[in-house]
Design a protein around this ligand. Structure first.
Ligand SMILES: CC(C)(COP(=O)(O)OP(=O)(O)OC[C@H]1O[C@@H](n2cnc3c(N)ncnc32)[C@H](O)[C@@H]1OP(=O)(O)O)[C@@H](O)C(=O)NCCC(=O)NCCS
Length: 232
């Protein structure tokens, strides 16, 4: 959850790397998913960190903007659900209950529904870090999904999976293999943490140097300059 300005910067940076956004301002105007995620993080920051009455009208404005953009793109994603490094793969229906909790670096495809069990308002899934959610997945009820799990396309997940780094698929979902998240996506938060305080552009420790080389340097300079300024 975003608790400070530094968290806000961290979330934005991790999301940007997860989405492979190379030119954030340029893409702001052409990449609707990036625009949506930025707005979502901004809303989360203001809801969590600016709680005085003074900010209420602005939060209301951000909320309306978030709902309108979400409607246009087919996303119903309330604030404070996803951890940093969220990567929404495509436009299209994405319905997430506000009580769902998802960890870092979630890669989520279209037509996914993360919901409550019928008849309950808060029996929702809790999903770990580095989880890949394939297209058409439905997850519901008070279940837990461990870190590094891959959920195959069109799966219906109604029970917990506590073993890390496995692949589950089917209706209802079952473990189908021991291959996990690592082959499916990139741990954006690890990239941001690895680079904290380092010279921007030092990509020697990245898992995927070629991609990160082009996205990291300028924004990191800005991020760390900003954090240093804030911390005096
Ligand atoms: C789950 C997935 C990642 C494959 O995982 P994997 O660990 O490589 O699994 P395998 O391909 O080795 O398959 C293992 C078994 O699971 C089954 N299986 C795989 N995916 C399945 C799915 N989505 N639903 C039901 N069964 C599935 C396979 O048929 C196979 O069964 P078998 O052993 O009886 O032959 C893949 O099937 C999938 O769903 N990918 C989503 C792709 C995607 O999101 N594409 C969008 C990109 S934009």
């Amino acid at each position: 959850m975003i608790r400070s300005r530094e968290d806000y910067c961290f979330y934005l940076e991790a999301d940007r790397i997860a989405l492979k956004i190379m030119r954030p301002w340029h893409e702001f105007f052409i990449n609707d998913i990036w625009r949506f995620q930025r707005l979502l993080r901004k809303l989360e920051y203001y809801i969590n960190c600016r709680q005085s009455l003074f900010w209420r009208p602005y939060i209301l404005y951000l909320n309306l903007k978030h709902i309108r953009l979400g409607r246009r793109l087919g996303f119903h994603i309330p604030p404070n659900v996803f951890g940093p490094g969220l990567s929404i793969a495509h436009l299209g229906p994405l319905i997430v209950n506000g009580n769902v909790r998802v960890g870092e670096n979630c890669r989520i495809h279209s037509c996914v529904h993360l919901a409550t069990q019928c008849g309950s308002d808060d029996a929702c899934p809790t999903i770990g870090d580095n989880v890949f959610i394939g297209p058409g997945v439905v997850m519901f009820g008070n279940i837990r999904i461990a870190n590094g799990v891959v959920v195959g396309a069109n799966s219906v997940v109604n029970t917990s999976f506590l073993e890390e780094g496995i692949t589950i698929a089917g209706v209802p979902a079952r473990k189908v293999s021991d291959k996990g998240f690592d082959r499916c996506y990139f741990k954006a938060t690890a990239v941001v943490r690895d680079h904290a305080g380092k010279v921007p552009g030092d990509v020697s420790r990245l898992q995927d140097g070629s991609m990160a080389k082009s996205v990291l340097p300028r924004s990191f300079e800005r991020l760390f300059r900003y954090i240093n300024r804030r911390s005096g």
